[in-house]
Structures are given as C-alpha cells and as structure tokens.
Design a protein around this ligand. Structure first.
Ligand code: SF4
Length: 326
C-alpha cells in the first residue's frame, strides 16, 4: 500500500513554524536565560523549520530586563502588561503593534509554538494580577493579537506538547494546514477541494462524526456558491473540528468503518484477528498503531483507492511515533 504522506514528505522542505525564541535556546528571557525544549529542538526540528521571535526584545526591553506581567485594572477590568517593579512601564500597546508588524511573515507559517505562562507569548491561562490573588485567565498580549489575526493557524504551547494527545493533535493539524496552504497558493478548483476533503475525511471523522457530516454537506454545495467563499467556510469548519483532540471511541468507529472496506477480501481468521485487535484497542490494552499496522498489512494485499489516498493511517511521519501513544 502506498503512503501518500511519506511520498510527499520526501519531496517537500521543512514546514515553517513560528516559535517563541527562548524555546529554541536563545538567551532572550528577562534574566538572560532560555527555556530550551529538547523535543522541539531535537525531534520536531527534523520536520519543522523554526522561525524564532521574541516580542519583548523586539520592542526594545533589553536583556536582562525588568519582568513584566498582566494586571487587571481595578476600575474597568482592562488587562494591561506592565512592569513588576515599575507600574509606569506599560508595554501593552507596543506588544500589540509589534504583533501587527509581524503579520507579513506569520501569514506564511503553518503553525506557531508559544511559551506558556508568558505575559507576551502565553496563549492561555496566563496569570492576571489584581489586588487579590492572581487568576489564570489571561492571554499574552503578543500571542492574543496573533491568535485573533490567524484563527485557522495551528497553535500550541510547549508545556501542552508534553501531553501525548495534544502533541499528536498539534502536529497533525500542522501537516493538514500546510497541505491546505499549498493548495491555496495554486488556486482552488472544485476538484482540488473534493480531493482534499476525501483524503482527510477519515481524520475529521476521528474527531467528530456529526461535524464531519456537516462539512460534507458544505462541500456538496460546490457549484451553487462562490468557490472562494466555500473554501473559506470549509477551513474554518475544519479548524473547529480539529481543535478538540481525538478520543478512543471515535478512532474505534473509524477503524471499524475502514474494516468495512475489507469485508469481501479477508479470510475468516484474519477478520476475527482484526476485530479482536480493534476491540483490544477500544479497551485500552493496545495503542492505535497496532490495529493500524494490521489494517495497512491487509490493504497492501487488497488495495482500495479511497483508503490508499487517505491520510488517516499516517497523518504525520512514522518516525515521530505519535500513534504509539494514542
Ligand atoms: S516568552 Fe516570549 S517574550 Fe518571553 S523570552 Fe520567550 S520569546 Fe521572549
């Protein structure tokens, strides 16, 4: 069985990913230190070309510098980014406009990895100080502007990449988004959208079957609505589907659906073994890679064009072993 993903990976260059500079070992933090993340710099580096950026250095805060933090105004509740020692040091506007002046290169990215907890780069649960205890309700000022401007861009924090499901989800989204961007550059046609949908449909089903049906209905409007409008609605809907990671129940449903393509090809004992393996996966005794490996083995002997072109069984490079932990 051919694997379309592997074929393409051999031909394309690394995928451009934005990243908070300190995560790749650049000494740009307020204390002149860094937060090098070895999974990023040693493993993901094989597939991603990182574009580092430090907004605090960019706005001229210097290294070392006074730390800044998010503070909620007592009167109007507005959140501002100010110095921890000098409350007159307010860099909220500078960080926002700094983000806006990066949009030209961020628009070329296929993903962004932010530093967690940072009042500039954190994408969620950043501490917001008030008179009382801080609450984890903030978003870094720079990250917030990027998230708003690029709502379909796959984003993640380095801390969350330690969670196997979130990690797998982010990396899968990056590869899907990159393929979408490549098609976007070469002008959409009805055929390219239908092909894109067909090749990713099983992945979408593994996230949310109801929303995947709705997505299919959207694609079925092809010909009766403006193609660019439809593509724009489509990627928004895809982002919504992929935002929440997969779960075992949905994967089990997809595995059984794929098994259906082999119903006339398998011997009784092979069929029983496959069913047993999917059930063992459902019960949590086996990782996803096991039923997928067996399915791939059977489809090598009994090829099916729809399954062959689908990215479901290998949505990212095998060497990352992301299906071994699902
Ligand atoms: S978290 Fe962001 S602002 Fe802070 S040092 Fe890292 S890149 Fe710079």
């Amino acid at each position: 069985m051919n694997n379309p993903h592997v074929q393409e990976q051999g031909e394309q260059s690394k995928i451009p990913i934005g990243i908070s500079s300190c995560l790749i070992g650049e000494k740009v933090r307020f204390d002149s230190g860094h937060k090098n993340n070895t999974y990023i710099t040693k493993t993901l580096n094989e597939y991603f070309q990182f574009k580092p950026f430090c907004p605090e250095v960019s706005i001229g805060l210097g290294i070392p510098r006074e730390p800044i933090r998010l503070v909620s105004d007592e009167l109007d509740g507005e959140v501002r980014c100010i110095g921890t020692k000098d409350p007159d040091l307010d860099v909220t506007a500078e960080l926002s406009s700094c983000a806006e002046s990066q949009f030209h290169w961020v628009s070329e990215l296929s993903g962004y990895i932010f530093k967690k907890d940072s009042p500039s780069c954190g994408m969620e649960r950043v501490k917001v100080y008030t008179k009382n205890n801080p609450t984890r309700s903030g978003v870094g000022v720079y990250a917030s502007a990027i998230l708003q401007a690029f709502p379909n861009l796959p984003v993640e924090e380095e801390g969350r990449l330690g969670d196997t499901r979130l990690r797998e989800n982010f990396i899968k989204r990056v590869f899907i988004y990159k393929r979408w961007q490549d098609l976007n550059k070469s002008q959409w046609s009805k055929k390219s959208l239908v092909d894109f949908h067909a090749r990713h449909k099983l992945i979408f089903m593994s996230h949310n079957q109801t929303k995947t049906r709705e997505l299919g209905q959207l694609v079925s409007q092809l010909g009766s609505v403006d193609l660019q409008d439809l593509c724009s609605q489509y990627i928004t809907a895809v982002t919504d589907i992929l935002r929440k990671p997969t779960n075992t129940k949905n994967h089990t449903n997809v595995l059984k659906h794929i098994q259906g393509y082999l119903k006339r090809s398998l011997e009784v004992d092979d069929k029983a073994e496959l069913e047993h393996t999917i059930e063992q996966y459902r019960l949590g005794y086996l990782p996803l890679i096991v039923p997928i490996t067996i399915l791939r083995h059977h489809f090598r002997k009994h090829p099916d064009p729809y399954i062959e072109q689908s990215y479901y069984m290998q949505p990212h490079p095998r060497e990352l072993m992301l299906q071994n932990t699902l």
